[in-house]
Design a protein around this ligand. Structure first.
Ligand SMILES: NC(=O)c1ccc[n+]([C@@H]2O[C@H](COP(=O)([O-])OP(=O)(O)OC[C@H]3O[C@@H](n4cnc5c(N)ncnc54)[C@H](OP(=O)(O)O)[C@@H]3O)[C@@H](O)[C@H]2O)c1
Length: 274
């Protein structure tokens, strides 16, 4: 009976994790969200009769709330967790269409956005891992995954001049280092830490393009052209369902024994991001 803790299951890729993992009734799936009543309602309406789902409340910037979620989770599972999937993240729209030098024209907003991204995506992951580590160490499978992004690959950024989303990408690069540092400490205990990019996934962020400002549309189309140069077969984003299926397959096949400890991989299990 594998047990999973997944953050950010209210929507997007996180919802697809909740749906796919709970489709196996032998899995225990604990989803952590900011708005528990709304997610409980969505589960009741769309995932009826899945008694293997429990939704807990925590904002990733609230240490005490994550601690409470860890305590509540232990009561459900008997004190051990097999998998953690740190999926929740602030996906900033503020830095989505500009390079870092351009954003410098708004230093106060830049500072605020940077703190928001680092607090949620990086520090939130650190607190989540530390608070759940006693349960992971008692688990059988011991796999801890953070959903990263290919946007944090410095070779991709340099080779294709991917200047957009600089603050978001920096938060994901930091998350990759977090994975490596946890691996360095806990590999000897048989805990697998991975950073996995889910691919370019349509969760509503790209469908807004038709209503975006002309300069935002131009910036996004420019980035898509670069992605096409990187991968000529690229035809656009995949669905959350396709992404999660691929990511779960990578999680299943990777292990500390096979040398994957601390790795940063795509949903293909490689360094090909799209
Ligand atoms: N979509 C892509 O193409 C893509 C590509 C690369 C990486 N990713 C990564 O995939 C993961 C899922 O993203 P997504 O595409 O599904 O985006 P999304 O639709 O914007 O979902 C983000 C999720 O994170 C939650 N969240 C945000 N801030 C939070 C906080 N402070 N505390 C707790 N939960 C918080 C949101 O909850 P609320 O509903 O409460 O806001 C939501 O469930 C993220 O780590 C993202 O960086 C996505």
């Amino acid at each position: 009976m594998p047990s999973y803790v997944v953050t950010g299951v209210s929507r997007g890729i996180g919802w697809a994790f909740l749906k796919q993992l709970s489709s196996d009734s032998t899995n225990t799936v604990i989803g952590i969200v900011r708005n528990k009543p709304a997610t409980d309602k969505r589960v009741a309406e769309e995932l009826t009769e899945r008694s293997n789902i429990t939704i807990l409340q925590a904002d990733m910037t609230d240490y005490d709330a994550i601690k409470k979620a860890a305590q509540d989770s232990a009561k459900i599972t008997g004190g051990s967790i097999d998998y953690i999937i740190a999926n929740a993240a602030l996906v900033s729209q503020w830095d989505a269409y500009d390079g870092i030098g351009t954003l410098g024209a708004h230093p106060e907003e830049l500072t605020e956005q940077f703190h928001g991204l680092m607090d949620t995506n990086v520090l939130g992951t650190v607190h989540l891992y530390n608070l759940f580590m006693p349960q992971i160490l008692k688990g059988k499978t011991r796999k801890v995954i953070v959903i990263s992004s290919g946007m944090a690959d410095t070779d991709l950024v340099n080779d294709y001049e991917i200047e957009l989303a600089p603050l978001y990408a920096t938060s994901k690069a930091a998350v990759n280092m977090i994975t490596a540092k946890y691996n360095a400490q806990y590999k000897k205990d048989g805990v697998l830490f991975l950073s996995i990019c889910p691919g370019m996934v349509e969760v509503g962020h790209f469908s807004h393009i038709s209503t975006a400002k002309p300069e935002e549309q131009a910036a996004l189309l420019g980035m898509i052209e670069k992605f096409k140069r990187y991968e000529p077969t690229f035809e656009g984003p995949i669905t959350p369902e396709e992404s999660v299926k691929a990511v779960l397959s990578v999680i299943e096949s990777a292990s500390v024994e096979k040398g994957y400890g601390g790795a940063y991989l795509s949903h293909f299990g490689t360094k090909r991001w799209i």
